[in-house]
Design a protein around this ligand. Structure first.
Ligand code: FAD
Length: 325
């Protein structure tokens, strides 16, 4: 345990929350409404920021993802919640809990930390994919399947491409799976794809053509072009835990084999005492509404944990006072 470098002027919080996406802001709301003093530090780059619209969030269908967070931040103004923009670079354990190095270089002390830093996507190297990502280049049918329904869909090669191709036949009758020459599809898998009407093309996509409204073609490395209006990809997801490197938090591989994630107990507590995890970092399958729900649940659990600590202290004080009398 490190000695704190803070002094009397260092701000003290009940809880510091790393990340102000749906999970972090919901945790802040639950804690603010529990009369806790809360600090949220947010680098401002939620996973779905490239998308023009967010879907499958009841009552907010089609809202811009950043607008949802702006409304959330505004609501937090009612409570004792400070929001700082920027990246937390380092968090260390001290006698008082945790000491955070804030984006402007100053420290802050918190009794508990909630990590709600989300995941980031590494896109396949295909010209045009970055520009269209989150709109006509997509990965999740529940986010944007309806928007590309009935369109000519291309599925980019990946370990999940056959699964994605089958899935997207629910949204379109025109699905083309681009399979790299190295990828071997099983007999049963091929039968399923053909039975669902998936067109299988052997070749590797090197670029996509189109406008902001719609794609027009996938260009393969051999120069051939195939008409597509949207492209389904599988990004590689990564978790950046550099801010908590000194705390010894470990990354596990998710059972779905998709991504690294942080294993937590049923309440959201990590194996590192005092460090909790909310949102997609604890479960990469989480959609926005699930991340928000997770933030609320973890915020409530952290409030209960603080209350248990305060109760133990109150009981000790009461006993000491009784003995002294
Ligand atoms: C292209 C795309 C489109 C999507 N569309 C939808 C959709 O339509 N509907 C839906 O339900 N889901 C959608 N999703 C999934 C959605 O993005 C996630 O479910 C959601 O963002 C998870 O919320 P979160 O709070 O866990 O993480 P995030 O929203 O990623 O928020 C994490 C925040 O923490 C910040 N952060 C990270 N590290 C630090 C640090 N060290 N210091 C300070 N801040 C830090 C990040 O900058 C970010 O602001 C989409 C995903 C993608 C990739």
């Amino acid at each position: 345990m490190e000695k704190s470098v803070s002094d009397q002027t260092t701000p003290h919080y009940d809880v510091a929350i790393i990340g102000g996406g749906a999970a972090g802001l919901s945790a802040a709301q639950a804690l603010g409404r529990s009369l806790r003093k809360v600090l949220v530090i947010d680098a401002g780059n939620p996973r779905n920021a490239p998308a023009h619209a967010m879907h499958n969030f009841l009552s907010r269908d089609g809202m811009n993802p950043l607008e949802l967070l702006a409304v959330g931040r505004e609501e937090l103004g009612t409570y004792d919640v400070d929001i700082v923009s920027g990246t937390v670079l380092d968090i260390r354990r001290t006698e008082q809990g945790f000491e955070l190095s804030l984006p402007n270089g100053t420290p802050a002390i918190a009794r508990r930390v909630i990590l709600a830093a989300g995941l980031r996507d590494i896109l396949p190297v295909i010209d045009g994919v970055k520009e269209h990502w989150g709109n006509n280049v997509l990965h999740c049918p529940y986010c944007h399947g309806w928007e590309v329904r009935g369109k000519q869909l291309g599925i980019n090669d990946s370990d999940f491409a056959a699964h994605q191709a089958l899935m997207f036949t629910q949204w379109s009758d025109s699905v083309t799976l681009f399979k790299s020459p190295q990828r071997v599809l099983g007999t049963e898998e091929t039968e399923q794809l053909l039975a669902r009407g998936v067109h299988i093309v052997e070749g590797t996509i090197s670029s996509i053509l189109g406008t902001a409204d719609s794609l027009s073609a996938a260009v393969l490395t051999d120069g051939s072009e195939y008409p597509i209006e949207a492209l389904v990809i599988m990004p590689k997801m990564e978790a950046d835990l550099s801010a908590v490197a000194s705390l010894g938090l470990e990354i596990s591989e998710h059972p779905m084999g998709l991504v690294p994630y942080v294993e937590v107990d049923v309440m959201g507590q990590s194996p590192v005492p005092g460090l909790w995890v909310a949102g997609s970092l604890a479960d990469p399958k989480m959609q926005v509404i699930m991340a928000a729900a997770s933030g609320l649940a973890v915020g409530a659990a952290v409030n209960a944990d603080l209350m248990a600590e305060e109760t133990r202290a109150a009981v000790e004080l009461m006993r000491a006072t009784t003995v002294a009398r």
